[in-house]
Write a protein of this length. Structure first.
Length: 143
């Protein structure tokens, strides 16, 4: 829903990628249940919704979840503020993928202005973490 809400470009450049934050949370919290095909499917749905280049979001979300699953044990062992730094780095890697694909397809670097969203994503990570952790416990989803 947050992907299709109209907003001025200035505001949109500060909005974090909520879908990526949710995927990262589930990849860290339940790495055995968060499978790569789920990330691929979510990315394909995003590609359809935003009418972008088919497969770009699917690829980026799959790589993002793979990296988050790979780092899950190490990241969960750290305090939340250090996790926020790792989350910002993961979001930055995803943004770099978007910039590379955009440059390869169009010759311009249209996604570069989104670095503020990466920083905001790291800053809101504690809120996302606590909200999704609470929902996970209410749904009784264990390890």
């Amino acid at each position: 829903v947050l992907l299709v809400i109209p907003a001025p470009e200035l505001i949109r450049s500060f909005l974090p990628d909520w879908v990526s934050l949710v995927l990262i949370y589930w990849a860290l919290a339940l790495p055995d249940r968060m499978r790569l095909p789920i990330a691929w499917g979510v990315g394909l749905v995003i590609d359809l919704v935003v009418l972008g280049i088919p497969g770009v979001h699917a690829l980026s979300k799959t790589i993002l979840v793979y990296l988050a699953k790979h780092l899950s044990l190490r990241v969960r062992a750290h305090p939340l503020w250090q996790q926020s730094v790792v989350i910002a780095l993961l979001l930055g890697i995803e943004l770099i993928l978007f910039v590379i694909v955009d440059f390869a397809m169009t010759g311009n670097m249209g996604e570069v202005h989104r670095w503020t969203a990466v920083i905001v994503g790291g800053l809101v990570w504690p809120l996302v973490y606590f909200a999704l952790r609470r929902s996970r416990h209410l749904a009784n989803l264990g390890r």
